[in-house]
Structure formats: structure tokens, C-alpha cells
Design a protein around this ligand. Sequence first.
Ligand code: ZN
Length: 159
Amino acid sequence: MQTNIYVTGKPSNSVSSEELVDFSNFCLELLLPKYKSKRVIDIEIVNTAQDLDKDTLAECSPEGEEDSKGRVYEFLIQIRREYSRRKTLSVLAHELVHVKQHLLGELKNSPDGIKYTVWQGKRYDDTKINYYDYPWEIEAYGREGGLLRRYLISINEKL
Ligand SMILES: [Zn+2]
């Protein structure tokens, strides 16, 4: 697995940086079992007052250059610091689903300043659809619980 994962910022006391890296690798193995290209994931633990909107739990931003197919290989995941361990892991799993979507070219952000998103080659006007109806969010919310449960089982932790 060619993933470089870096954690910056201090996670809450209940979860260590090492576990965030282990958990990310666990999720990526399940989400991208055959994917071999190199990618870089920066996980940034942010304080509540910092740059996330007040209603945003976490955010996944593609970074770096796009290839000829519009795919990127570097990501910044920002997560609020105040969450419990399980909430942090669940939110991280959700954002890693978005990483998978970007890496496979399923999800593409619009060029700067234009409000639409391309999903599976189809354009979605973000202003006309409810956030919870975005197909990429349905997948991310749908997978986060299962990824967390499988991880907890893998480390013999009670559900
Ligand atoms: Zn999401």
C-alpha cells in the first residue's frame, strides 16, 4: 500500500496519531483493495474555532496537481479536535470514502468559483440538491459505520 499519511495537530486525548494512521490504512485497504498508485494524505486535527465552518464536522480537500483525467493524489482531511475517539474514527472513515471517490475519479470538484460537482461523469448543481441527497454523501455516510465496526472487530474491541 503506497500511502503516506501524516497527522498534524494534537488529536483529542482519547485517540492517538498512531491509531489515526492505522485506522486510515485499514479503511483504505477495504476501500481500494486493488489501487496501487502512490498517494499522500494529510490529516489535520483542528481546533473548533479554526477554519472549519461551524456546521462542518470534517472536510476532505483534494490538493496538488490534477492528472490528465482530472484525478488528484494528495488530500487534506481536517477533523475537529473535540470529538470522542469513536466519533473521530467515524468522521475519518467518512472522509476516506471521499478520498476513494476522488482517487477513482468518481467525484470531481468544479473549477474554482463554479457551484457544481461532477459525480460519475454527471454534473450536480450543489445549490439545488440537499446535502444528504448527494450520491457521494450517501455512499460516505453509508460506509462510515461499517468501516468503523470492522476496525473495532479487527482489534477485538467491544462494539
Ligand atoms: Zn461527506
